[in-house]
Design a protein around this ligand. Sequence first.
Ligand code: FCB
Length: 501
Amino acid sequence: MRLTRRKFVQSMLGAGAAAGLPAAFSACSGSSRAITTTRASAPVQLFDTSSAVAFPKGFFWGTATAAYQIEGAWNEDGKGESIWDRFAHAPGKIKNRDTGDAACDSYHRWREDIDLMRAMSLNSYRFSIAWPRIQPAGSGAANAKGVDYYSRLVDALLEARIRPLVTLFHWDLPQALEDTGGWPNRDTADRFADYVQLVARALGDRVSDWMLVNEPAAFVDLGYLEGTHAPGRQSLLDFLRATHVVNLAQGAGFRALKAVRPAARVGSAFSMSPSEPATDSAADKLAAARAHAITNIWFLEPALRGSYPDALTFLPETAMRIKSGDMERIRAPLDFIGINLYYRTIASAPGAMERVAHAQDWLFPVKMEGGQQGPKTDIGWEVWPKALYDMVMRLTRDYNRPVIEITESGCSYNDGPDASGMIRDSRRIEYHREYLAALGRAIAEGADVRGYHAWSLLDNFEWTEGYSQRFGLAYVDFKTQQRTIKDSGRWYGRVAAENRS
Ligand code: FCB
């Protein structure tokens, strides 16, 4: 199973907690319109999708992708090797021995991809830049061919009146930097700032909206503690160090970008999932607070407030290698908060025995599970639209109504073409309709949300799941690379054109 933000916390708990995980891959029987909760004594209808929800003028309707998941061309035009190239080429890491070598071939077919966006009337596109295309060995001068690729893409997007929303790091670290220590090595933060500045100089005359990193909580956990994502390390110490270095990188990257493009709008895309206590006990409520701190704001609070949130029994400053002056360095007054949200989390306190069994359970005493009441997508994630409402409202309250962009939300349903070649993915339409209803309510109640980006434009390489999970609004035939807009893509196009769902 693809490891996720949910897994981030489960991993801190060891095998005992993992035994209590929800069964994955239970096929969804169709999404219900009125989501109900059984935690209240009587079922409560949370979001009514029967009437249209209007969105603010100028709202951004987009899709999101990531370089390694769509580009292919893994060794063309001087691109260096990334940790994902190395990881996927090693046997046994990815389902069906899939790799991102060809992916959706967007490196060559980006014009077709822009045509899809035009056909869907979209006005924003979130994509990521592959660091090893720009700096093949992670430092030094820019590779002109790599820069040219993104430059052409940006020009064509602007020409199509689509805002480029650029992610600078979506998990494909140059392998050369992993060889010198990767994210646990402090130098990587400085390398990142140099890279950010190169890109900002090259594209910043046309790109004004940037995200520094994608889902830091996910990639440091999966890559350095769990070892199920690149680079595949399993070390509590490396993990703790990496969390701090990524926070340093966020601060340094923010300053580097603003130094050359002061007017740019700079944020990050955080994996978020509202945590609900499993029961009303004080212990479970504390667990839910801790779950929020580590999954949602471990990389946000340092940026906005220059401090780590209270998530652990104590902050292991020595193990994290926090140095004097660092808490100033990690500050970065982000211009907006990007939220990637798919589901909610149920938190409870582990028992005493669980706590003594593993160092990490003792350091971070929280047990987390996915919810069980909503339908499941094909990857096993619960559909729970209220999660989006809850998360947006919580940030709105806690951070004084920040600017928010929904930088990812979506669902894996593996519907393929029917006899007439149509992809009838009605469950995906229901998913987005319900999440948008939840978002509309948050906006009506005062949240400052500027855009929504469906994950994803295309079916693509879903990390350890390879090509087995289809999240796209457009279907990709991976043999021919032919793209076909699904019913959901057509529906989403109408939503974008009318600015209402
Ligand atoms: C998010 C990732 C994205 C994609 C979706 C399904 O966690 O940011 O790359 O894999 O999940």
